[in-house]
Design a protein around this ligand. Sequence first.
Ligand SMILES: *[C@@H]1O[C@H](CO)[C@@H](O)[C@H](O)[C@H]1NC(C)=O
Ligand SMILES: *[C@@H]1O[C@H](CO)[C@@H](O)[C@H](O)[C@H]1NC(C)=O
Length: 487
Amino acid sequence: MMIRSRYSALAFFILTFSIIAVCDKLSDGGDFIRLPSEARRFFDGDDVGTRWAILLAGSNGYWNYRHQADVCHAYQVLKRGGLKDENIVVFMYDDIANNEENPRRGIIVNSPHGEDVYNGVPKDYVGEHVTVDNFFAVLLGNKTAVKGGSGKVVESGPNDHIFIYYSDHGGPGVLGMPTSPYLYANDLINVLKKKHASGTYNNLVFYLEACESGSIFEGLLPEGLNIYATTAANAEESSWGTYCPGDSPSSTPDEYGTCLADLYSVAWMEDSDAHNLRTETLRQQYQLVKKRTAAGNSYYGSHVMQYGDLKQSLDTLYMYMGTNPANDNFTLLSDNFLWPSSKAVNQRDADLLHFWYKFSKAPEGSTRKFESQQQLTEAMTHRTHVDNNIKLIGKLLFGIERGPKVLNNVRPAGEPLVDDWNCLKSLVRKFETYCGSLSQYGMKHMRSIANICNAGVNVQQMAEASSQACTSFPSNPWSSLHRGFSA
Ligand SMILES: *[C@@H]1O[C@H](CO)[C@@H](O)[C@H](O)[C@H]1NC(C)=O
Ligand SMILES: *[C@@H]1O[C@H](CO)[C@@H](O)[C@H](O)[C@H]1NC(C)=O
């Protein structure tokens, strides 16, 4: 008995010793039989190649303050985690910090009493250079394809880890951009496949905040690309802004008049801010973020989803985000932090909330009062126009009874939104030609247009129905096509 336990202790000692030796050899980069990846991951967390990140805010306008605030905050998380600026590519329109509506000029916050997150953020692609084409070129590491901006691209190698975080409005199958056209899910998936085929990463993680963000990956992102994605919402629901004005006492100061953050986004970032990321896995963060974003049984909240190679969620966050040395003593389990209570607002209503705040606080008879009233009216007019005309087109194409059924149909989970993406794009263009821009709000109707495609309607039929439904369109900035077509 004694002898046996002594033997096993010795065996244990030898085993431990050999593992240490293996780790030493590995970190020396010497020739050595490599451990299976899981074991290597456990014993040698530093062996992750270079960490790269793309952070993209897809909106502009002060009423969309929160998307750029999210992206700035994400930069601070990664910077503190030890990523270098040369490896972080930031896309943001950059019209928030110095916006005349911003009560704290030059500063962006992502929570009511949060610190400035704008300081130090690299302005790689700003203004008109925040485009789908530049995003794709940057991800593919194609310098010659980039137009404008810093020219920084993800020049990753086979051992590297890539983290992509995107925050914006979206709709079924699309993500917004401050410029047109919007980003279509199938194009994104094709670029991810191309990146994988080029052998220039080990693993990639994609965090996505947008309405109906699940539809970007649902039935589209295959396994085997070494990509793990989580989304703020499933394929058929809104995602939510948070830290909005009108919060119960003391939270978001009314002076901002706009939501400061998004629910899913602050859930992952406030978690990453506070913990030793060496000890937390992507899966643990997913579960935590899912719980916070679902918001209990309240009237708001959305279903956080995961897609792609789910076993990759056993990776530590450290492999993608690094870790802030100041958090070394805060592991996920040791820390029992409370979520601040806060009012959440549907992404699609956050602009109305801003205009309403602006209106209600402006002095009676002022230009500001008039201006904000006009903005509110124009935004409402645009909504009514788009909603009514999509409905009418459905009825013209399929009849009064069947129209709404076809338009509102939701395909079973696991199926992509549409079979023919080129059909979707060309029908969107036909709609916009006759009815004006879909705009941020109108993106919600992408499912209806996709269903029109799925029902076999062709471009000619769509053109006829659109021209009948829309004899003209409002000239306000939401409906007009001054920014070009969405597709
Ligand atoms: C990079 O982009 C340019 C311009 O769009 C294109 O001609 C070229 O084929 C691309 N290179 C690679 C390696 O994809
Ligand atoms: C973590 O705790 C140890 C032991 O109490 C202490 O020496 C160390 O300074 C702490 N690290 C940080 C970053 O607070």
